[in-house]
Design a protein around this ligand. Structure first.
Ligand code: CA
Length: 213
């Protein structure tokens, strides 16, 4: 685990609490956290939102921009809903408001490590797609928000990357009652927001998700 927290006393307590379950690298600043995250592969990231210099939100953003999909839990002392949302928007998978219960922290971390729910991340070419937050990330462009329908379409295609989905299959799953043009229109929307290669057209058959490169 990579744990980024500048306050030494808090860090000391949490490291002690989690040491039986995790091998922990501790970074005392966002900059150091980024250096470690780029240099090593971790199973989970625990990031304090309030850091001097590079903030927790900026750190998560930088990690996602570098196409590192490791699940991240953000710790926030701020109660405002906007602050929680900004962490998730930046690419965190979950957040916990201080003060929190240690048992809950453990449970959330375990859930993230198992890749359940919000930790679901899929590679589509150069992009990372996170169905839970309906967003795409690219190293060049950053974060792109998808609509519910766009996200559901991409979720279907990326659920089985080798499979070519016919328009009928897509209609049944995502746009019941729609027409073949509905499918083509949404494919167009997603490509226009991101890149044409994100969805591959298989002539006379249908669509499949762009292959990881
Ligand atoms: Ca802090």
């Amino acid at each position: 685990m990579l744990y980024v927290e500048d306050e030494a006393e808090i860090a000391e307590i949490l490291i002690e609490v989690l040491a039986d379950e995790y091998d922990i690298d501790h970074a005392a600043s966002g900059e150091e956290g980024l250096r470690l995250a780029l240099g090593r592969r971790y199973d989970v990231l625990l990031i304090d939102r309030r850091l001097p210099g590079l903030t927790g939100v900026e750190l998560v953003e930088a990690i996602r921009t570098a196409r590192i999909a490791t699940p991240a839990l953000m710790l926030t002392a701020l109660g405002a809903i906007d602050d929680r949302v900004s962490g998730l928007d930046a690419g965190a998978d979950d957040y916990l408001v201080k003060p929190f219960d240690f048992a809950e922290l453990r449970a959330r971390l375990r859930a993230l490590r198992r890749g359940r729910g919000a930790g679901d991340r899929r590679e589509l070419g150069e992009w990372i797609f996170t169905p839970a937050s309906q967003a795409l990330y690219s190293p060049d462009i950053g974060r792109i928000a998808l609509t519910q329908a766009e996200s559901e379409l991409l979720e279907l295609l990326s659920s089985s990357p080798e499979h070519v989905f016919t328009r009928d299959e897509i209609l049944d799953a995502v746009f019941p009652g729609g027409s073949a043009t509905t499918v083509d229109t949404y494919v167009h929307y997603i490509r226009r927001k991101s890149t044409p290669e994100i969805i591959e057209t298989v002539r006379a058959r249908g669509y499949r998700s762009g292959a990881p490169r």
